[in-house]
Design a protein around this ligand. Structure first.
Ligand code: BGC
Length: 767
């Protein structure tokens, strides 16, 4: 090397260190110390990865890119014969990098032993599982948690899940799902954080941090996975797996931000998705995976396909056969094949024939090995396999406490006319009615794979333990499960109304009626899109029949998506959105109904008046014909107003909050401070989510009428006031143009602050 080269290299090295130290100064108390350790660890890991790669054969590298779902019961004989023989042989010969759905220390250890002891290089497996909202102790569904707007509680919930899952031998979860969802028909909105990219990004980061903690190699932290990259939530007509066609503006400003936030926060892995995006299945999309994720964003972890999504490119009409699908997926940057069984069969030949460059195989394998090193699996492949820890952590009481905490915070009080709630604890007789009132399974919601049926506290149990009020229970109507279906499928029971009469009788004799209606836990989630988003089955009839007998109704809703319930919104005096709240549901609901917890949740998704309004979201564009107008030719329906039933950010409390004194200060450059006074003007202590929205009035690419750009959840004692401050800078004021450039444009901005997305103080500034 010449002197000149050495000089140039040292300058580059110095500059890199300088830039690195400037960046990390923003984030840590002692930046240089952290920088040095992190950098050394990173260098050390990449050195180890390179070293290991140099020892691996092509087959072994491809093996790392292969994931199988579990296939044997470790308490029985291992499958050296029969259907699973190939899978077994593949693990034993180093042709598998990861296992899915193997859980429990005994099971994980048995499988890991094969990889470590029988393969040539002894590379440990990484064990994945869908730990979506809890492992055994189940927390609220993610959509519900997002309604808490409490990032610390959300992080804690993911932490709890990681502690239990890691104690069962797992080290990788397929969560968080960060797909923005604007269409309540799509069953998977239950798994996300709702309709807003800003709230969605904050929640996504909280979840990643909760799962991964500060040290991925600790035995109680696990790798997270941002999914589904990308556009899955924008499926046409809300049908799962359906076509997605969106422009660059929506892609960059609405769909991608939560993914970018996860990448910036250091998420270990990404999962691509089943859908096609603008004509190309996401699994085979190099623009998404190579150009944006690994290029523009510099993501250094790895990408796993969704279940069988590599082979599904054949049905999409994009790949001719399995070999072609493998070529497209590997070239596009899908690093690991989940259950298509294609990489393991075709990649070798594709590399040898020059269709897939060896460098791409090295890149994918290197990324996978890097995560395994970060998890500490090479130091101790059994570090997550400790029976004593498993026994201690699964269903630990402190996990029940943690999920109760977030369950209470996730409840949204939608309506409370005449202070129907909170309930009095003294002497009232209560009729508890509805198919979900005594249900101990539905409250667990969908995607709780390890969660056990009948383990949730039902509303009936919650209320029974809570007060001495006289409680009479009647189901009214039932859900019907169709056991012939693959995976739990729930029919809507359109016929059996025999229980309504008894429910009406019970209601007549009560002071208050609590009705628990909504969706069975398996009526939302993957593959459970609905064209009608009202109360399934004959529940509406039950509600109206009971209302005839007793109008003093508190409607407790359990559901995995926004429902359209215009009749209830009009007639029922109190409505509580209780989602599917997990293991502690009944206790959380009882505390809220009796006022021992003052509800503080706010909707993360708009609730429509009718399914015809869907997709409906607060951050829409104004169009050239905004309204409302007393004429025909503007952007509207002729049979329903444009407003949702309950808007994004809406949620009542048992107290009231007053907003005043909105102040905007320009600090120079693109930096603006906003402050507002919030007063608890009611009689009860309570929490409020103070929300800040902006509108960029004129832009080279039109901007929404409102965009959430800040929020803070505060606690105020009755009569207390606080000043809440926000800062707006480039990140909040800018947007991506159609050349995919993030820009901040000068001009007039509105600033709106309030307790929901509708009732807002408004002022503005010029940038
Ligand atoms: C889902 C993923 C999930 C995977 C593995 C797929 O059907 O789309 O979100 O992680 O299955 O269970």
């Amino acid at each position: 090397m010449t002197n000149k080269n050495i000089f140039v290299l040292s300058i580059i090295g110095f500059c890199t260190l300088f830039i690195y130290s400037c960046n990390s100064t923003k984030n840590s108390g002692n930046p240089m110390a952290k920088l040095t350790t992190e950098k050394i660890e990173e260098d050390e890991i990449s050195r180890k990865v390179k070293q290991l790669l140099s020892k691996m054969t092509l087959e072994e590298k491809i093996g790392q890119m292969n994931q199988y779902t579990g296939f044997f019961d470790p308490t029985g004989p291992t499958p050296k014969d029969g259907n699973n023989k190939t899978k077994y042989d593949h693990v034993a010969s180093g042709q598998v990098g990861s296992m899915l759905n193997v859980r429990g220390v005994k099971e994980v250890r048995a499988m890991q032993k094969i990889a470590v002891e029988e393969t040539r290089l002894g590379i440990p497996l990484v064990f994945a599982f869908d730990v979506i909202h809890g492992f055994k102790t189940i927390s609220p569904i993610p959509l519900a948690e997002a309604a808490s707007w409490d990032l610390e509680a959300i992080k804690q919930s993911a932490r709890t899940a990681a502690i239990e899952a890691s104690a069962a031998g797992l080290n990788w979860t397929f969560a968080p799902m960060v797909d923005v969802g604007r269409d309540a028909r799509w069953g998977r909105v239950m798994e996300g954080a709702g309709e807003d990219p800003y709230l969605g990004s904050k929640v996504a980061v909280a979840r990643v941090k909760g799962f991964q903690g500060d040290d991925l190699s600790a035995n109680n932290t696990i790798s997270a996975c941002a999914k589904h990259f990308a556009g899955y939530g924008f499926s046409e007509s809300g049908k799962d797996y359906n076509t997605v066609d969106v422009g660059l503006s929506t892609l960059y400003n609405t769909i991608l931000p939560p993914f970018k936030a996860c990448s910036d926060a250091g998420v270990s892995t990404f999962m691509n998705s089943f859908n096609e995006l603008n004509g190309i299945p996401a699994t085979g999309d190099a623009f998404l995976q190579r150009e944006i994720l690994k290029g523009e964003w510099g993501f250094e972890g790895f990408v796993i396909s969704d279940w069988g999504s590599i082979s599904e490119m054949i049905a999409h009409g994009h790949a001719a056969d399995g070999k072609h699908a493998s070529e497209l997926a590997a070239n596009a940057g899908s690093d690991m094949d989940m259950e298509s069984h294609l990489y393991v069969n075709h990649l070798k030949e594709l590399v040898e024939s020059g269709k897939v460059d060896m460098k791409k195989i090295d890149d994918a394998t290197g990324r996978i090995l890097k995560v395994k090193f970060e998890l500490g699996l090479f130091d101790d492949p059994y570090r997550y396999c400790n029976e004593a820890r498993e026994k201690e952590e699964i269903y630990n009481k402190k996990h029940a406490d943690a999920v109760l905490d977030i369950a209470k915070k996730s409840i949204v009080l939608l309506k409370n006319d005449n202070n129907t709630l909170p309930l009095s604890k003294n002497g009232k007789s209560i009729a508890l009615i509805g198919p979900l009132a005594d249900d101990k399974t539905s409250p667990l919601g969908n995607w709780r794979l390890a969660g056990e049926d009948e383990t949730a506290v039902s509303v009936l149990e919650g209320l029974e333990k809570y007060s001495n009020n006289k409680l009479t229970h009647s189901k009214g109507v039932k859900f019907v499960e169709d056991k012939t279906f693959f995976h739990a499928h729930v029919n809507y029971n359109k016929d059996d109304k025999t229980g309504i009469e008894e429910a009406v009788k019970v209601a007549k004799n009560a002071d208050v009626v609590i009705m628990v209606l909504g969706e069975h836990g398996m009526q939302s989630g993957e593959g459970r899109s609905r064209a009608h988003i009202d109360l399934p089955g004959v529940q509406q009839e039950l509600l109206e029949a009971v209302y005839e007998a007793n109008k003093n109704i508190v409607l407790v809703l359990m559901n995995g998506r926004p429902l359209a319930l215009p009749w209830a919104a009009e007639n029922v005096p109190a409505i509580v959105e209780a989602w599917h709240l997990g293991s502690q549901s009944g206790h959380a609901i009882a505390e809220v109904l009796y006022g021992d917890y003052n509800p503080s949740g706010k909707l993360p998704m708009s609730f429509p008046k009718t399914v015809g309004q869907v997709p409906i979201y607060y951050n829409y564009k104004n169009t050239g014909r905004p309204g409302p107008k007393k004429e025909v030719f503007w952007q509207h329906y002729t049979d329903v107003t444009n407003e949702p039933q309950y808007a994004f950010g809406h949620g009542l409390s048992y107290t009231t909050f007053k907003y005043s004194n909105l102040l905007i200060t320009k600090n120079g450059g693109n930096n603006v401070s906003v402050s507002v006074n919030v007063t608890n003007s009611g009689k009860m202590d309570g929490e409020e989510v103070v929300q800040l929205y902006i509108r960029d009035q004129v832009a080279s690419v039109t901007r929404p009428v409102k965009e959430l750009k800040g929020f803070e959840k505060i606690n105020l004692k009755a009569g207390e006031s606080k000043t809440v401050k926000f800062t707006l800078s480039d990140q909040e004021l800018g947007f991506y143009n159609n050349q995919r450039k993030f820009i901040v444009e000068p001009g007039m901005f509105d600033v709106m602050v309030g307790g929901n997305s509708v009732d807002l103080l408004i002022d503005g500034f010029e940038l």
